[in-house]
Design a protein. Structure first.
Length: 107
């Protein structure tokens, strides 16, 4: 019974977390960041890459890896479309969702 109660409590917590996100979303959309050229070039390459074939059945781990790869590609798109080079760094406004994905991947 404890597991079911915990599950319900976690679902309620997720609902509150989503409410926090809904309030933050209108306050924060993009944040200006600096990235070194090597990282920026790799992100742009991820955006430029063509993925052939569809997505079949996949494990949770494979889904999460593919999702992270997509976030990297979106960062590459942002760099390509609105990044400004400053020496060996690029300055770009990234969506907070992309920043959060990168921070999660770094952990």
């Amino acid at each position: 019974m404890e597991d079911r109660e915990q599950y319900v409590r976690y679902q309620q917590d997720r609902t509150v977390l989503a409410a926090v996100g809904a309030h933050l979303d209108s306050q924060i959309s993009r944040i200006k960041v600096r990235l070194p050229r090597s990282v920026a070039d790799s992100a742009v390459a991820a955006w430029d890459r063509e993925e052939l074939g569809g997505v079949g059945e996949e494990s949770r781990e494979a889904y999460e890896l593919r999702d992270d790869a997509a976030e990297l590609a979106f960062i590459g798109l942002a760099i390509s479309s609105r990044g400004l080079w400053d020496g060996e760094e690029v300055v770009v406004d990234l969506d907070v969702v992309q920043i959060a994905a990168a921070l999660r991947a770094a952990r």
